[in-house]
Structure formats: C-alpha cells, structure tokens
Design a binder for this molecule. Sequence first.
Ligand code: ZN
Length: 80
Amino acid sequence: MRTEYCGNCGYRRGFKRNLGIGTILMLLLTFGWWLVVIPFYPVRCIQCGVSYSDIALWKTLLFLLFLLVVGFCVYLAITV
Ligand SMILES: [Zn+2]
C-alpha cells in the first residue's frame, strides 16, 4: 500500500489494489492464471475507492482547462 494525496477526499490516504470475491472466483476459474492480471488492477483510495489513474486524468483535464482559460485571456489582451 502506498500513501498519496487523494483528490476526491482532499487528504493523504492509503492506496491499494482492491482484491475481492471476484478476484478469488477468477483465480479458481482460470486455475491461478488470473495472478498475471492482478498487477494491472488500478490502485484505489482505501477511503473513497477512487482510483489513482482517475485522479491523474482529472489533474490533466484541469490543467488543460487552465491552459484554455489562460490562452483565452491572452487572446483578449492582444485583440482589445
Ligand atoms: Zn479518497
């Protein structure tokens, strides 16, 4: 488990892979081959369950929005 800032909770929280009954069932159905897939499970906040990649996506989208707003302000400053 690693500790990261959770953008959803607003606090530093523990992040880990959520292995549940579905994982156990898939391990039984695939005779243990499902272990190969587990490293690709997203790490999730232990408090709210949002995945770390979701937060990274939102950070990227907010940054793009910020660039768009700054670009629009520069455009207005140049044209007016
Ligand atoms: Zn959280």
